[in-house]
Design a protein around this ligand. Structure first.
Ligand code: 13P
Ligand code: SF4
Length: 310
């Protein structure tokens, strides 16, 4: 079967089953091409919460599909592979959070959505990379335990100077690994002077990399910055899947992508397993009712407080 035929079959089946397909910017181009909505973690969780369809196929990593289930427990949430685990989400457990809460009883726990449903259930509020600063600013506590991403957590702590942020030692293996020397060489070889070029960085990167940035933001915010600003060239320091939407939205701009930034978990989603998913209801996200109830509160509060600036 050709790619075109497979895509047509997916679109037909999706219509028959009255399903919608959500895709993160990091999944492969051909998956994005059959999706109804493409976005960053925050936007996709909003669509999952608000859409009228009863079947959602989540093309992304496991925690994203779990968040959709938490926000819409009555809906059928499907994910094309059953082992699309984001390594960072496995770096903190429910017991770790309970231990930290006991150690710092006056602190509130902010949990990055790149975490398990069980961790969300014992946290005070969730955040994504697009709203983490607002969430921490709006929280009625001056002491914050931030899990699991040490890089996003330290970025937040640099921006919210009047609060103490206690970091957990988790990280994204794709963003944490960015090599400063390679980035420096890319900057030198691509710019006549510093004003020509913008360096757009995801906050999951280390401080030495963030310090080079013209702009720091979520995947959606990076795309928005690139489409609204007027630099000649952009160095993009996030996962390569973002290339598709960036080049589609800004055909006349030049983008240079940081090498070696591949999220192998996101790339597990293929047209073949997406088709199987729609055909056989592979794999349904199931979560414990109590976990859903408690994690819902953390995600719901993120939606309530994330956009409100103190
Ligand atoms: P965004 O919320 O920016 O899309 O990030 C999700 C993610 O997993 C980044 O590694
Ligand atoms: Fe997880 Fe990193 Fe992949 Fe994002 S890019 S899903 S944080 S491993």
């Amino acid at each position: 079967m050709t790619t075109m035929e497979l895509k047509e079959k997916i679109l037909r089946l999706k219509k028959e089953k009255e399903a919608i397909i959500l895709a993160h910017y990091y999944v492969d181009k051909e998956i994005q091409e059959v999706a109804d909505y493409i976005g960053d973690s925050f936007y996709l969780s909003k669509i999952a919460k608000e859409c009228k369809e009863n079947t959602i196929v989540f093309c992304g990593v496991n925690f994203m599909a779990e968040s959709a289930k938490i926000l819409s427990p009555e809906k059928k949430i499907l994910i094309p592979v059953n082992n699309a685990f984001c390594p960072m989400a496995q770096m903190v457990s429910e017991d770790d959070v309970l231990y930290m809460k006991e150690k710092y009883p006056d602190a509130k726990v902010v949990c990055y959505v790149n975490s398990t449903a069980e961790v969300k259930a014992v946290s005070d509020v969730c955040c994504t990379s697009s709203n983490a600063i607002n969430i921490v600013n709006n929280l009625d506590s001056n002491r914050i335990i931030f899990v699991p991403d040490r890089n996003l957590g330290s970025y937040v702590s640099e921006q919210v100077k009047d609060k103490e942020v206690i970091l957990w030692d988790g990280f994204c293996c794709v963003h944490d690994d960015v090599d400063k020397d390679i980035l420096d060489k890319l900057i030198v070889s691509n710019s006549k002077n510093k004003e020509d070029i913008a360096i757009l960085v995801h906050p999951e990167c280390k401080k030495v990399i963030r310090d080079k940035a013209t702009f720091i933001g979520s995947t959606a915010q990076i795309i928005e910055f690139a489409s609204k600003s007027h630099y000649d060239k952009y160095i993009i320091v996030t996962e390569i899947g973002i290339k598709h939407k960036l080049t589609e939205k800004c055909p006349d701009k030049e983008f240079i992508f940081m090498p070696f930034m591949h999220c192998f978990t996101m790339k597990k989603i293929t047209l073949e397993n997406l088709y199987e998913c729609l055909d056989k209801d592979n794999y349904q996200v199931e979560l414990d009712e109590e976990v859903i109830k408690n994690a819902y509160r953390s995600l719901e509060d993120m939606h309530k407080f994330g956009e409100k600036v103190k």
